[in-house]
Every structure is written in C-alpha cells, then in structure tokens.
Design a protein around this ligand. Structure first.
Ligand code: SF4
Ligand code: FES
Length: 239
C-alpha cells in the first residue's frame, strides 16, 4: 500500500543577499522502488522548480548525487525511500565542500586540488611507444589497482571524516586511496620516499584518526582503512 512521505530539504543560496538557510518541507506519494533521485525530481517538477541538487548517472557511477540523508552521507540515487520507516527524510548538502546552492556542492574543485596534490598520474621514466603492444602487467597486480580505481570521487568519505571537518587541507580517504592506487600500480616508479614528500604530514597520512566513518559510508565498499593503515606503516619507516 502506498503512503505519503515527507522530505525536508535544506535550502540556501550563498550568492544571494536575502537567502537564509532553512528547511523546505514537501509531502509526496511514495511509489514502488522510489529512490531519493525520483522523489527529488518529482519535487522539482511539481512543487519547487528552484530546488538545486546534482545528478548525472542515476546508477551509483558518477558520484554527483551525494548528500547527507538523515545525518548519513549517502548517494541519493542509491537510497530507497521505503527504508525510512517513519517516512520522514531530512536532506542536507555534504559538509567540507563549497556549497553551490541547496543540496548542490562543488566536489569537482576539491577533487581537482586533491588529485594535483597527490600527483595522480603514472610517474615513469620510460617513453611510451603507442605503436607497440602495451606492457603486460601481472593480472593479480592489475586487479589490485582496478579494485582501488573503483572510487567514484563522490566525496562521502570526506564528508564522513572527523579530520576533514577540522582540517580544511586534509586529503581524506579518497586522496589516500589515490596514493594506494598508484603505490599498487607496477607501472608507477615512485617509492616510499617520493610518497612521503607528498603526504607525509598531518594533512596527509598522519592526520587520519581511524574513526572509520569513511569506510562505513563508502558506497563502493572500498577497503579504505586497510589501505590507510598500510600506507601509514610504510611511510612511518621513511627516514
Ligand atoms: S573512497 Fe568511496 S566514499 Fe570516498 S570518494 Fe571514493 S567512492 Fe566515494
Ligand atoms: S547520480 Fe550518479 S552516483 Fe547518483
């Protein structure tokens, strides 16, 4: 039997002089298999064309729809409204990232800064000849790299992180996972000393307080704490 659900969404436009943060409340009929994406789209079509939120893929792939759902950073397109027994869902934008408007934040700018800081590309002295067959990589090592490459840069781990809330320049689990990805990649020639230069401080690997919020909420179930612990152990022995 269908029921009515209540969605409360934070509304605020930081660029407007008259806008003040407040919750707007919407009531709508729940449909079978309804996700928050569907609910928000209905709200925008029927009740409030001004409500801002981000979506691209609607399938948990692009990472753009992350928001705080009843206190927990989550992907809106992978969240079913039926899982909220009392039918009341409160939505807020992700903390840490720059607010664009309402539920929309600028994760792209933050991720670009992070990728630059960890030099998120293969470092090699070899010249690639694209007319030749690609260098073979041991399948087990390739699998390890691909596993860590499943990150969709949604920002949920950053929004779930106590250190990131306190330290504006903290790399977060997403940045440390990036380092783990290149450390695992046999094509990248960087050693522990090179990685220490990039992340060997309190805004990098030594800032993590091991609270586990990142791993608890990561929608891709990446082994973030194992990777962070592994890198910290390795970099702790760099003189
Ligand atoms: S590590 Fe997980 S939570 Fe963090 S950005 Fe990547 S997919 Fe999102
Ligand atoms: S819309 Fe792409 S992950 Fe939700």
């Amino acid at each position: 039997m269908s029921r009515k659900i209540t969605i409360k969404a934070l509304k605020y436009n930081p660029l407007s002089k008259i806008s003040k943060p407040h919750f707007a409340t919407y009531e709508l009929e729940e449909t079978s298999g309804m996700t928050l994406y569907v609910a928000l789209t209905q709200i925008r079509e029927k009740f409030d064309s001004d409500l801002s939120f981000d979506f691209v893929c609607r399938a948990g792939i692009c990472g753009s729809c992350a928001m705080v759902v009843n206190g927990k950073p989550s992907l809106a397109c992978r969240t079913l409204t039926k899982d909220f027994k009392d039918g009341i869902i409160e939505l807020m934008p992700l903390p840490v990232f720059k607010l664009i408007k309402d539920l929309s934040v600028n994760t792209g700018e933050w991720m670009a800064r992070m990728n630059k800081r960890v030099e998120s590309w293969i470092h090699t002295s070899k010249i690639t000849d694209i007319s030749k067959i690609e260098t073979k990589v041991d399948p087990a090592l390739a699998q390890e790299t691909f596993e860590l490459d499943r990150c969709i840069e949604c920002g949920i781990c950053v929004a779930s992180c106590g250190t990131a809330l306190m330290r504006e320049d903290f790399l977060g689990a997403v940045g440390l996972n990036r380092v783990a990805r290149f450390k695992a990649d046999p094509l990248d020639e960087r050693n522990d000393e090179d990685f220490y230069e990039l992340i060997g401080d309190d805004n990098g690997i030594f800032g993590c307080m091991s609270l586990l919020g990142c791993e608890d909420n990561c929608p891709k179930h990446l082994p973030l704490q194992n990777q962070i612990a592994f890198i910290r152990r390795k970099l702790s022995s760099v003189n």
